[in-house]
Unconditional design. Structure first.
Length: 115
């Protein structure tokens, strides 16, 4: 199995910053793509950012220039630095990875941005 444990969510004012972290573990974990998705109330889950094991990155248009994803392959961790947060960034953020063609998700961490 694969376990993903997130940390770093919380409440922040608009314009502020937060850093999310995710640690992966488990016998079936392979260092493939890792990333972050989010789900706002009443909306579908959407991709925020993904990073490959080689360091290639993809960002949603809505977060480009504000969010930065990074990973440490030795520690099996992926981080999301979120700057200039906006109220529309309020959502539950989920860590994601794929191993052996199976998707794995963390339990989610809530980010609330107040105006």
């Amino acid at each position: 199995q694969v376990s993903l444990v997130e940390s770093g969510g919380g409440v922040v004012q608009a314009g502020g910053s937060l850093r999310l972290s995710c640690a992966a573990s488990g016998s079936r974990f392979r260092s493939n793509a890792m990333g972050w998705y989010r789900q706002a109330p009443g909306k579908q889950r959407e991709m925020v950012s993904v990073i490959t094991n080689g360091g290639g990155t993809v960002y949603a248009d809505s977060v480009k220039g504000r969010f930065t994803i990074s990973r440490d392959n030795a520690k099996n961790t992926v981080d999301l630095q979120m700057n200039n947060l906006k109220p529309e960034d309020t959502a539950v953020y989920y860590c994601y990875t794929v191993s052996w063609d199976t998707d794995y998700w963390g339990e989610g961490t809530l980010v609330t941005v107040s105006s």
